[in-house]
Design a protein around this ligand. Structure first.
Ligand SMILES: Cc1cc2nc3c(=O)[nH]c(=O)nc-3n(C[C@H](O)[C@H](O)[C@H](O)COP(=O)(O)OP(=O)(O)OC[C@H]3O[C@@H](n4cnc5c(N)ncnc54)[C@H](O)[C@@H]3O)c2cc1C
Length: 616
């Protein structure tokens, strides 16, 4: 790079391998360039702004009323007209069920009424996902892939009026859509994308060529949003998002894919051979495809923790019933401490995931363009891991009966609790729409942003030395005040009238956040650019901040519940659950802090690399 050229990313990629550089530069180019400013990022900076979570924004009466009728109808419909075990057994969703859901408006929950949708809020959409998630993983995936990542969501954010008029009404009426990013060589790394689209000589259209893997809803879809490379000389990794009609010439559904769970997922491989796409069907703009995908996923990935809330509620229901009913060793199994602890964990996980999902949904409802990137990613990471933990513990509580299929239990005359199906169906939640590992990297990158904006230039070998020295002096001055101030307790906006138990936890959250910010800063100093490679260390910092986020939103929600019109018993239960959640959270955090100093990460890494080289 010439000394006068401005680096394209904040991070110095000059010493990286070509593949790593391409992946990182592409991710950097598509990042939201706004400075992160939400509550979650303040946790990393040791200055949690509790004024952003308290008072907790509960769904307004009007918004709740607007959603109640649909959410109730959906629940009734699922209960009376669908059989999740049959859907799982047959690997098919009956057409009548898809039609019935379309009649309810379930394919256009967030689509505005003017385009034929229900025009409901993000909060009501998440409530619907909770209902679906408690009932059937296959139906959850059908509805959510269509609306969270399929055509409606990106069009609501980026679509032109003409695109909205053309595509949203059929989508709302049940014209199913899908999202195609993944390829054989592209999982978490879109820089490897092979699907391309090239502009015609007259500039009126693009020709799309390539193959996409694991496209959910593909076999039932009318439209797909497809990511393809549209390289230019300046931007060799440029991607563009296209609206593709599955009936267009050159679109071929190659095969259906089958999985461990979600047996009725209409997921498959799709091939594009010279598919002609008019320029009007570009979403947002040429070269902005990855931005479309990442922005879509920011809000889209909230559906997964919302669905996990439904799953966790169901797990808790099944577990509680069995814990009361099943007696072993002279007592109901729920009276044995080892089993009781699982119930407490499930209740705390459910309450905290609800708090996070409602909190982030309220931010979206207040401002469609709100910056929720860290908060939504934390809700996805924490909520899907909690969901998986709950279903795993339910399997343990139900034990032999957890492992037995619902059909087999039914045939023996026992309660056909579908734990085995729930277990299979939910394992994928920590993988798709951003695996847990990628979520940790994503959150860490965003969390480091305020420091990178000040300090990255200092160690960036691409910047002339004079610029680096100036940046060093400026950063030195800033941090000579900033770092010591992270030791000082400050007024963080904890409401004075808050319940004493919650107030105590909020103070502990503040202390832990200050400690986190100091550790993170010292890690940056000692590791320099190599910090980016210390994934386990960064992962622990992300775990700490995510735990603090879960605790903070839960405290705020418990305070609001105990003050509002809820009964005393509900208020007391919210307090008790949050108290347990926070005690458990602080214990976890202290473990991660200890590990961040003492864990044998480098020994483990060396062992793994030797295994990679010499075999098992
Ligand atoms: C049932 C199902 C439905 C799906 N639906 C869709 C869909 O509708 N549309 C679509 O486009 N895709 C879809 N996918 C693809 C899904 O999003 C990908 O599986 C996911 O992105 C992970 O990609 P991968 O499986 O290729 O794993 P890889 O990216 O190959 O990753 C393998 C492992 O390495 C880890 N890893 C990768 N890179 C890093 C890194 N830099 N640092 C640390 N760890 C790393 C990952 O976390 C993972 O554990 C679906 C997949 C499934 C199974």
């Amino acid at each position: 790079m010439k000394p006068t050229e401005k680096p394209t990313s904040t991070i110095d990629t000059s010493a990286m391998s070509a593949g790593q550089r391409a992946a990182l530069e592409m991710a950097e180019e598509s990042r939201d360039t706004r400075a992160v400013s939400g509550f979650a990022s303040s946790l990393f900076m040791g200055a949690p702004d509790f004024g952003k979570v308290t008072p907790f924004t509960r769904q307004s009466r009007e918004d709740a009323q607007a959603g109640d009728a649909f959410v109730d109808q959906l629940g009734e419909y699922l209960k009376n007209h669908t059989d999740p075990d049959a859907i799982d057994r047959d690997g098919e969703i009956p057409d009548a069920v898809i039609d019935g859901l379309a009649d309810l408006g379930a394919f256009g929950i967030k689509i505005p009424k003017e385009y034929g949708g229900l025009g409901l809020s993000q909060t009501n959409y998440c409530r619907a996902a909770m209902v679906l998630g408690s009932h059937c993983g296959n139906l959850t995936a059908l509805i959510s892939a269509h609306q969270s990542i399929g055509v409606p969501q990106p069009l609501l954010v980026f679509g032109t009026d003409a695109q909205k008029k053309k595509y949203l009404p059929p989508c709302a009426a049940g014209g199913i859509s899908a999202f195609a990013l993944t390829e054989v060589g592209v999982g978490s790394d879109p820089a490897r994308m092979q699907t391309t689209a090239s502009r015609s000589d007259d500039g009126s259209h693009f020709l799309l060529n390539g193959e996409k893997l694991w496209c959910t809803n593909l076999l039932k879809s009318q439209y797909i949003i497809v990511m393809a490379k549209t390289p230019t000389e300046e931007k060799p990794h440029a991607t563009t998002a296209f609206l593709v009609d599955t009936q267009a010439e050159g679109v071929e559904i190659v095969r259906r894919c089958h999985f461990m769970g979600l047996k009725a997922l209409y997921n498959g491989v799709v091939r594009f051979e010279g598919v002609r796409i008019p320029v009007e069907d570009i979403v947002h703009a040429e070269g902005k495809g990855l931005k479309v995908a990442l922005t879509t996923l920011n809000t889209g990935r909230l559906t997964l923790p919302a669905a996990c809330i439904g799953l966790m509620r169901e797990c808790l229901d099944i577990s509680l019933r069995w814990c009361r009913e099943r007696e072993q060793w002279g007592a109901p199994i729920g009276n044995h401490a080892a089993v009781a602890a699982k119930l407490a964990d499930m209740a705390a996980d459910t309450f905290a995931t609800e708090a996070m999902v409602y909190y982030v949904s309220a931010l979206v409802d207040a401002d469609k363009k709100a910056d929720i990137r860290i908060e939504a990613a934390m809700a996805k990471l924490w909520g899907t891991e909690a969901g998986w933990h709950s279903v795993d513990e339910t399997m343990q509580i139900r034990s032999g009966r957890g492992y037995e299929t619902a059909d087999s239990l039914r045939a023996r005359g026992e309660s056909p609790d579908p734990v085995e199906r729930m277990f299979r169906d939910s394992r994928i939640n920590t993988v798709f729409e951003g695996s847990s590992e990628i979520m940790r990297l994503f959150i860490a990158r965003e969390a480091l942003d305020p420091h990178l904006r000040r300090g990255a230039v200092v160690i960036d070998s691409r910047v002339p030395i004079s610029g680096r020295v100036t940046a060093l002096i400026k950063a030195g001055l800033h941090y000579s005040l900033w770092f010591p101030s992270r030791f000082l307790p400050r007024d963080a906006g904890i409401p004075s009238g808050m319940h004493p138990i919650l107030k105590k936890h909020m103070r502990a959250i503040h202390r832990a956040s200050r400690k986190l910010s100091r550790r993170l800063f010292l890690s940056m100093l000692t590791n320099g650019p190599k910090l980016e490679r210390r994934q386990l260390l960064l992962g622990r910092y992300v775990n700490i901040a995510s735990e603090l986020f879960a605790m903070s939103t839960a405290c705020a929600r418990a305070e609001s519940i105990s003050h509002d019109d809820a009964s005393d018993a509900i208020g007391a239960h919210a307090l008790q659950t949050t108290d347990y959640l926070c005690h458990r959270g602080l214990r976890r955090i202290s473990g991660w802090l200890k590990e961040s100093r003492k864990a044998p990460d480098s020994k483990g890494y060396k062992l793994a690399q030797e295994l990679m080289q010499y075999g098992g």
